[in-house]
Each structure stands twice: as C-alpha cells, then as structure tokens.
Design a protein around this ligand. Structure first.
Ligand SMILES: Cc1cc2nc3c(=O)[nH]c(=O)nc-3n(C[C@H](O)[C@H](O)[C@H](O)COP(=O)(O)OP(=O)(O)OC[C@H]3O[C@@H](n4cnc5c(N)ncnc54)[C@H](O)[C@@H]3O)c2cc1C
Length: 460
C-alpha cells in the first residue's frame, strides 16, 4: 500500500557510501561494573542491546534458542540468483538505525520505485488508471480522513462500517492497512494505527538490498559480539527471586546473571513458554493481551518467464492474498548483463486471517496463489512455475507470527510491556516499541538500545 498510504517520493538509487554514522554507542565511558548481563534472543533487538552493552564494557552473553541469529531476519539462498528475504525485506525509512547499519555494510541498495498494479473491476490496471477508479478513490479518501478520527477507540472495520464502501475498496484497505500492520481490519485499533503514524519518524523510503541479504548486514554490524552468542539454547525459565537471576534452558543447564534482557517475540511470552519466578505482574500480562500478533505466510514462486512486467514491483489482487511483490525488480543493472534473468520471482504475503488460512493449507498454499495469479495473468502462473517455497512464520517455533499490532483499547500497553521489573528483568523486542516503530527491524533495534541504556543508567 506503501504508495497510497505513505505517498512515497519518486524512487532513486541511493549512493552506497561508507558513512561515519556511528551512533553514540559509548554512552558511559567511565563505567565500572563487575556484573553480567544476559540477553535472551538474538534477533535485531537482542543483538543491538548486547552490542551497546559490550561497547560500554559490560560483560554480556546472548542466549538464542535456534541455530542462527537474526530472528525474523532470515534469507533464502539458492532459490534464484540473489538471496530472498523470508522475513523483513526492506528498510522502512532512511532515518533509522537499520538504514545506518545497511550503509555501514557498504552493500549496494536502492529504493523501490517499480510500478504498482491493482486488480479492479476484473482488470489489472496501473496506478495512474486506478486513480480514476471509484473504489480506489474511495479507499484513498478513507486513508486521508482516518488520521482525523478522534472518537472512542474502535476497530478499522467498525470505522469503515460508517462509510459507503464497495467490496473492492474494502479489499484495497485490507491490503493497504490491515495486511501492512500484520492483521485484519476488524482487529486493528484506529487509535493505535493513528498514533503509530503520528509518531513514526524513520521516513517513508523503502530500501532494498541489491544482491546481499539483511542477515549479512547483521553479521557485519554485530561482529564485535559474535563470540558472545550461544545458539541452540532455548530458555524455559527465569528465576529472579534472589540476588542473582538464574536462567534455565530446555536441557536444564543454568546460567547466572545480574540483569537480564528478554527480547523474545510476543507470542512466546503470551504462551508462557518462559516461566518467570516470581510470576510476571498482572498488569504486564494484561498489557500483552492488548497487543496482537497474527499469522504470517510468504509464498515464493519462481517462474520460467516474467509475465507480470519487468517494471512491476507490486500487484494488489482482489483475492485472499493481499499483496504480491517482485523482489527481483531493481536487481538488474545496466552494467551487469547477467542480472537480466533476476526478475523471475513473485512473493505473495498474507498476514492475519488470510495468513492463517494459508498456514492451514501448508504447501497447498502455492496452488492458492497460482489460482490468484492465473486469474490475473491468463493462466501464465501455472504454466511458467518452476519452483516454490512457503515460509510460514506462524509455524516457526520461536516466532509464532508476523509482528505486533495494536488491538482496540490497547493504549499504554507497550509502555507497560517494556517496563523493567526489580531493576533485574528488562524487556525489549519490536512489541515493546512505544514510539510507533513496532513491527519493524529498526524499531526492534531501538528497543534494544533503550533496554541497554536502562541497564547502563542503573549501574552508572
Ligand atoms: C513476514 C515478515 C515481513 C516483515 N517485513 C519487514 C520489513 O520489510 N521491514 C521491517 O523493518 N520489518 C519487517 N518485519 C518485522 C521485523 O522483521 C521484526 O519487527 C524484527 O525483526 C523483530 O526483531 P526482534 O528482535 O524484536 O524479534 P525476533 O527477530 O523475532 O528475535 C527474537 C529472537 O528470540 C529467539 N527466542 C525465542 N524464544 C526464545 C527462548 N525461549 N530462548 C531463547 N531465545 C528465544 C528467537 O529465536 C529469535 O531469534 C517483518 C516481519 C515478518 C515476519
């Protein structure tokens, strides 16, 4: 939706220069702390927290459940000529710490300025044509008007009930807003949506790597702490009832620390997969209930022929899958002819109930996507499909969904979720971001920074 909702400026290929954009990482130069901090989870939040603590001379260890780092940043190699992003696939805005990390990596990147197509009145039409379509115009108007709403908090679908909207407009709004926020129109809070939009400061650019993956960016950014990360260590309990905090993994090995930062995804906390002793305060449990995180499925399809158009980067269909993107758009370089075959992949992304439906289908979800695409492109999808891959984040044992979104009446929940307990247990991770950047990589990194800062302040 990005184009509609965020009104992106004209795209451009950004210069890939090494900048001196080191943030103020050395916050407390004279710190002397003999204790230890353990960070649970090696996603963007955990890595960034550990990095900041390490930079400030703190003894830190990261305990990660899986056999890799990155969490919801994960690459699919060897599917096509460049790595595909199974999770986060673009940097949201250049005014962000993640964009800084990309620049420091010195990898080539560019901004999405491909064409967007819409399936409206049974036809595939381009943005310029869509602007004269009644349903499209009505959806655009809603997006313009929505931030002006100041009544009691309601869901997006309750808000839209008051508008005379066609099914096509509602489908567009589901793609543009609900799917973008990882959920459905009837679950997303209007107040939460408006607050996020008002608070976001990272910018509207959509930055994509040309030939490398975001995992490689993390490898570079966090190389100073690589030896501090212990993988294959799922933590099942955290006991902070006495002086030291004792963590136990699923093989019953224990780890001791003075302070702990918990960065696991929201569903892992909600499901009680880590037991806390003493139990987490009631208000924290209630806060978790106010924040949602729904299913998410990405379907990757490689084709023998590009039938969607070499200049197309996004297609909004009328079916269950809200959005298809062409990750190969922009990969081609006029200086590098061998890149010409790269634009041969389409990715369907469905969050919320559409994601749940696809999740139930498993690998049969591909057939669903092919039906969609065949209808739009005269049967060419099935004809030209050569390979497919389904990434189901809802079934990923240590993630269990897409990213967090505000439910109706959830004001203040993220602040409570983020608050530390007894100066010992700190919380980070995208769901704890209270300034609108939840559901993003840079938001996760910012929460890692915040939690590290809280600890540094408490020991300085
Ligand atoms: C499909 C999809 C598309 C997205 N697209 C974008 C995008 O384009 N741009 C963007 O900015 N953001 C995007 N996001 C969101 C972004 O990926 C996340 O907000 C961010 O990566 C979350 O980082 P995190 O550190 O909070 O959590 P995670 O990355 O989930 O890290 C948490 C870590 O904790 C570990 N863990 C869990 N349980 C335990 C345990 N018991 N013990 C030890 N470790 C544990 C996990 O294995 C994981 O490594 C997308 C996400 C998804 C799923």
């Amino acid at each position: 939706m990005r184009k509609l909702l965020l009104s992106l400026p004209a795209g451009y290929v950004l210069p890939s220069v090494l900048s001196s954009c080191e943030t103020q990482d050395d916050l407390f130069p004279n710190l002397s702390f003999g204790g230890k901090v353990i960070v649970v989870g090696a996603g963007a939040a955990g890595l960034h927290a550990a990095y900041i603590l390490h930079k400030n001379g703190v003894d830190v260890q990261v305990l990660e459940a899986t056999n890799r780092v990155g969490g919801r940043i994960k690459a699919l190699d060897e599917f096509t000529g460049y790595p595909l992003e199974l999770g986060a696939d673009h940097v949201r805005g250049v005014n962000s710490v993640f964009y800084d990390a990309v620049r420091i990596s010195n990898f080539e990147y560019y901004q999405d300025r491909g064409k967007t197509y819409y399936q409206l009145t049974g036809k595939i039409i381009e943005e310029s044509e869509a602007n004269s379509n009644t349903s499209f115009r009505a959806a655009s108007k809603v997006i313009e008007k929505l931030p002006l709403y100041s009544g009691p908090d309601i869901s997006l679908s309750d808000y839209l009930d008051k508008e005379p909207l066609s099914d096509e407009s509602l489908t567009l709004l589901n793609s543009f807003i609900a799917n973008e926020f990882g959920t459905d129109l009837d679950l997303l809070s209007v107040a939460g949506y408006n607050e996020a939009l008002a608070k976001r400061t990272s910018g509207n650019e959509k930055i994509i790597l040309r030939r490398r993956s975001f995992s490689e960016v993390l490898d570079i950014q966090y190389s100073p702490i690589s030896s501090k990360i212990r993988q294959n260590t799922p933590i099942k309990s955290i006991d902070y009832s006495s002086g030291k905090v004792v963590l136990t993994d699923d093989a019953n090995q224990t780890y001791e620390a003075d302070k702990v930062i918990v960065t696991v995804p929201l569903p892992i906390l909600k499901e009680g997969r880590i037991s806390f002793s003493p139990a987490l305060p009631e208000e924290k449990l209630l806060a978790m209930d106010g924040i949602g995180m729904d299913a998410s499925v990405k379907i990757f399809m490689r084709f023998g022929q590009n039938f969607w158009g070499d200049e197309t980067s996004t297609v909004y269909p009328g079916g269950i899958i809200p959005e298809y993107r062409a990750p190969g758009w922009g990969k081609r370089s006029e200086f590098d002819d061998d890149l010409i075959f790269f634009n041969n992949v389409l990715v369907g992304e469905a969050n919320g109930s559409a994601g749940a439906t696809l999740s139930e289908l498993g690998n049969d979800a591909v057939a669903y996507a092919l039906r969609d695409l065949d209808e739009m492109f005269n049967g060419q999808a099935t004809k030209f499909l050569t390979q497919s891959y389904v990434m189901d984040w809802s079934k990923d044992t240590f993630t269990k969904g897409a990213y967090s979104y505000p439910k109706v009446g959830s004001e203040g929940a993220r602040e409570i979720l983020a608050s530390a307990i007894d100066n010992k247990i700190y919380f980070a991770g995208e769901a704890t971001h209270n300034e609108g950047h939840f559901g993003t990589v840079h938001g996760a990194m910012e929460t890692g920074y915040r939690a590290a800062y809280e600890i540094l302040k408490s020991i300085s």
